[in-house]
Design a protein. Structure first.
Length: 274
């Protein structure tokens, strides 16, 4: 079978199961198994796929046909131009979360030597990206899940970043006076409709109670007892949740500064300089 034949037939099969990214997914599988980039694949569609390669493609395709996310099948996911190791223990880093880096420069406008917490870090994509983009800052990766932290450690080593790794339920074991918190905590309402691929992701990292904001309320309760609150909070949630998120943190004297996509930037009113 040629590359063209495989791409057409298997894209169609995935489309029939309701997978909108069918052609892209098939291209990713071909790239992985043929060890060629997309330009080569598209330019050499008459290339015959070897039997051993066909068998390997079959294994990958079977998983995707079952709606297992491509990131888990390939063991990696691109985020902000870098490929991060992932597993079913962590969420796939999503393009929407790159909005954190639209807003982070505003949080570091006084100094790029901030103490940054990636709260609920999962794979560590946010915190490690922050450490790479702002190498003068200090970054801690914080998560309640030991399995997630193992993946975060792998990524920290991969990108040779000197980040802290802290196992903590929110701030319970994280006692530093952070300047900036990157918060991509569970915010999906328990009854919110999700696609089949999302059902393969860890529920602990997705769902946040009846309205999705239980974990953010818990964070607000913990911040109320912090002597030196972070100057900036960057918080991801659904757009329909934005007004309530703003209300939750307004009670702690945080004002909304700017929104980019799903991410809101809040500044502590009792201003201090990093």
């Amino acid at each position: 079978m040629t590359v063209k034949d495989w791409l057409i037939s298997h894209s169609q099969k995935l489309q029939e199961t309701g997978i909108e990214s069918a052609r892209l997914d098939c291209l990713l599988m071909l790239e992985n198994i043929l060890a060629k980039d997309r330009t080569w694949i598209l330019a050499n569609q008459n290339h015959k796929i070897a039997p051993v390669e066909t068998q390997k493609l079959k294994k990958l395709f079977k998983q995707r046909f079952q709606h297992i996310p491509m990131a888990y099948i390939l063991g990696e996911c691109e985020f902000y131009g870098r490929k991060f190791v992932v597993s079913p223990s962590v969420l796939q880093p999503r393009p929407e979360s790159e909005a954190f880096f639209d807003l982070l420069p505003m949080a570091l406008k006084y100094s790029n030597k901030a103490l940054i917490a990636d709260l609920g870090c999962g794979s560590g994509a946010l915190g490690i990206t922050a450490a790479l983009e702002y190498p003068k800052s200090t970054v801690d990766l914080i998560d309640i899940d030991s399995k997630a932290l193992e993946i975060a450690k792998i990524n920290a080593k991969k990108f040779t970043t000197d980040v802290g790794i802290i196992k903590s339920d929110l701030l319970s074991n994280a006692s530093k006076a952070y300047d900036v918190m990157l918060c991509n905590l569970p915010y999906v309402p328990d009854d919110y409709p999700v696609n089949q691929a999302t059902t393969h992701e860890p529920a602990i990292a997705l769902y946040g109670g009846s309205d999705g904001l239980a974990v953010y309320r818990k964070l607000a309760d913990e911040l109320e007892d912090v002597k030196k609150r972070p100057l900036y909070l960057l918080i991801e949630s659904l757009e329909l949740q934005h007004p309530e998120v703003a209300a939750i943190f307004r009670k702690l004297d945080y004002k909304l500064v700017k929104t980019s996509g799903l991410v809101q930037l809040f500044e502590f009113k009792s201003h201090y300089v990093i």
